[in-house]
Design a protein around this ligand. Sequence first.
Ligand code: KIV
Ligand code: NA
Length: 264
Amino acid sequence: RRPTRVQHLQQMKATGERWAMLTAYDYSTARLFEEAGIPVLLIGDSAANVVYGYDTTVPVTTDELIPLVRGVVRGAPHALVVADLPFGSYESSPEQALATATRFMKEGGAHAVKLEGGERVADQIALLTAAGIPVMAHIGFTPQSVNTLGGFRVQGRGAGAEGLLTDAIAVQAAGAFSVVMEMVPAEVAGQVTRKLTIPTIGIGAGADCDAQVLVWQDMAGYTSGKTAKFVKRFAAVGDELRTAAAAYADEVRSGTFPGPEHSF
Ligand code: KIV
Ligand code: NA
């Protein structure tokens, strides 16, 4: 099996082969996703929510994310590992973006980075690409801008479709190797996908994108509470784990565990 690189994703766009991306935040889950053959793993700034317990992705820092990248890289030697640039680490200038992305590559071992925004971050994408850093863009609903977007809302509806296409073309022209589209009408996402030569990766963007991404805890049923409409739970890992923890504690209390077979 060959390690996935950006050129392979480009080839799959050309041949119409769809692929799946998942988030990962540690060595153990990255190993499982490697075994499952997931070609692209993202250390999302969604770590803010699922690893650190913040309400939004706004507070998470580069220092909090880099150690997670290291674990994923070690666990998934065949995956293309992409790291999210967190809020506040790339917006002020292309140079700031380059400094942050360089840390993710050198200290974390990431193969590529992702940042949020379309036209407004085109200069950042161009400088990173010129410096040899593959960039995945992220347009549509961009969670780091939740405060200006007025909550978790579908983007690119009606007249907004034109702005979405403008952003998609801008990130492609700047050199992005792929683009995530989040919470965009399926029809609009399909139009963008057909217009672009780089792969589109949908989350809440319908079936016509070249690829799909989900936060793994959503995909596996490991998150508690209500999930977004675009999530499908492929397992109930949270229920399994809770049941296992309770059974373990029961056996410790009753003296059933450890048994003679677990003792020296
Ligand atoms: O942070 C994240 O997990 C993401 C994906 C859901 C695209 O940006
Ligand atoms: Na993200």
